[in-house]
Design a protein around this ligand. Structure first.
Ligand code: URP
Ligand code: ZN
Ligand code: ZN
Length: 459
């Protein structure tokens, strides 16, 4: 069935126009004034609302065996939460660990999503070891349309790679034309500092940040950049949390290293005092890199506004209260992660656009278009143009609400952003021309989501 959105105030990067949008057979077929509705078209009046391209979250964890447990969401719950919050595509980290076979892991991650997600999705393929079969396995993964890798410089002996494996991964990525995303913290320093703090009897969640200080992240970021520089590969730092690491990335950018930067929702709105709250309240705010001293937030906001932080993701990774309590005797056992897939867009709109930190153009770019461009999804995703998928977010700027675990769709019993006010939310969200969300309710087709096959674009 066709979909006609009338009187849309269309916001894309570099343009703002008032027009109607016609979608047929999943794609946008016309944009213009007073378009005629085909017979049986569904008509949505967007008068007074902004219309954005579907938002893209470039960094989520849905199926994740990690820290002696599993992240709580399924693709059913995560995709519905994503859509209600305006995210129509997410890129999940496929994370087999060092002891797993990479290809078996890839098939397992795919099987968890297939037929389950209500929105479109793709994967970043983690490289958690580099052994004899790795090159041929990664070639198969890229040929299957997963044209981005992920490496961890943290999580020693689990996801983490050593410098030799880092080099081999980047060298292969360069030959394959694939971008490499990286969690940048020095695993050895983290392990040493954790042991030192525990030996001093420092076991609570407030010691998580001191066990992985800013310098440890800056070192990881700088080292990743140096390896990119010497392999000529293209890289993307995930969930950058602090000014020191930002400076390391920007210094590399300024000497021509092909490095891009993502920061994520928790680091803009939460600071380390949240993880210093007593007991499980602190544990709920443990993630890595950790929540930082508040002064870092202004550096992140400025860099986001300028575009030197390219993308705004979530690192969505839900563990519930009971799971967080696995770390009640030692902060090193607290499952790392803070969910945010449902609230990312509304909180960015509220704290970015409404508070005057971001213009609308950068808002759309950081939360949608830039990720589409970096990860080979553009112009199918990340814009509103004839030929693009009809993933559209009709956004109600007059909406007022409050983030709460009581009303969320993420499968978790708390929300790290509990009580924060939002000034705007999607009133209609479409995936390839089908209305999936109306006024905060999922009314669409479960399992509509497709895996997005991506080409290697860095050749
Ligand atoms: O704390 C985090 N970030 N949990 C998810 C795993 C990762 O490092 O991205
Ligand atoms: Zn990470
Ligand atoms: Zn992550």
């Amino acid at each position: 069935m066709a979909l006609l959105i009338r009187n849309a105030d269309i916001v894309t990067v570099g343009s703002r126009v008032r027009a109607d949008i016609l979608a047929e057979n999943e794609a946008i077929t016309r944009i213009g004034k007073d378009l005629e509705a085909p017979p049986n078209a569904e008509i949505i009046d967007a008068t007074g609302k902004l219309v954005f391209p579907g938002f893209i979250d470039p960094h989520v964890h849905i199926f994740l065996p990690f820290m002696a447990t599993f992240a709580k969401d399924t693709h059913e719950t995560a995709s519905i939460a994503a859509l209600i919050g305006g995210t129509t595509t997410y890129i999940e980290m496929c994370c087999p660990n060092r002891n797993d076979d990479a290809l078996e892991g890839y098939q397992l991650w795919k099987s968890k999503a297939e037929g389950k997600s209500a929105c479109d999705y793709a994967f970043h393929m983690s490289v958690t070891k580099f052994v004899k079969e790795t090159e041929s396995q990664l070639r198969q993964v890229v040929a299957d349309g997963t044209a981005s890798f992920k490496i961890f410089l943290a999580y020693k002996n689990f996801f983490g790679v050593d410098d030799g494996e880092l080099y081999q991964t980047l060298e292969l990525a360069k030959r394959l034309g694939v971008i490499v995303t990286a969690h940048c913290e020095n695993a050895e320093l983290v392990a040493r500092l954790q042991q030192k703090l525990l030996a001093e009897g420092k076991t609570g969640p407030e010691w998580h940040e001191p066990s992985r200080p800013e310098s440890v992240e800056a070192e990881g970021t700088g080292r990743f950049a140096t390896f990119l520089e010497n392999t000529a590969a293209t890289g993307y730092v995930v969930h950058l949390s602090c000014e020191k690491a930002l400076l390391a990335a920007l210094a590399a950018k300024s000497r021509g290293v092909k490095i891009h930067v993502e920061s994520v929702l928790p680091h803009f709105l939460l600071d380390k005092s949240y993880a210093e709250r007593p007991g499980v309240e602190g544990m709920k705010h443990v993630m890595s890199p950790p929540l930082r001293a508040k002064h870092n937030q202004s550096a992140l906001w400025s860099a986001l506004a300028l575009g030197s932080i390219d993308t705004f993701g979530t690192d969505h990774c839900p563990f519930d209260t009971e799971q967080k309590l696995l770390g009640k005797d030692s902060f090193v056992n607290i499952p790392n992660g803070i969910p945010g897939i449902e609230d990312r867009v509304n909180l960015l709109y509220t704290h970015g656009v409404k508070r005057g930190r971001l213009d609308l153009d950068r808002f759309v770019d950081a939360a949608s278009t830039r990720a589409a461009k970096l990860f080979g999804l553009f112009p199918r995703k990340g814009t509103i143009a004839v030929g693009s998928d009809a993933d559209l977010v009709v956004y109600e700027t007059s909406f007022r609400g409050v983030v709460s675990a009581k009303t969320q769709h993420v499968n978790n019993d708390y929300n790290g952003f509990e009580g924060m006010e939002i000034e705007g939310r999607p009133s209609v969200v479409t995936v390839r021309g089908k209305v999936q969300v109306r006024d905060g309710k999922f009314i669409g087709e479960r399992g509509r989501g497709k895996m997005l096959k991506r080409e290697a674009i860095y050749l």
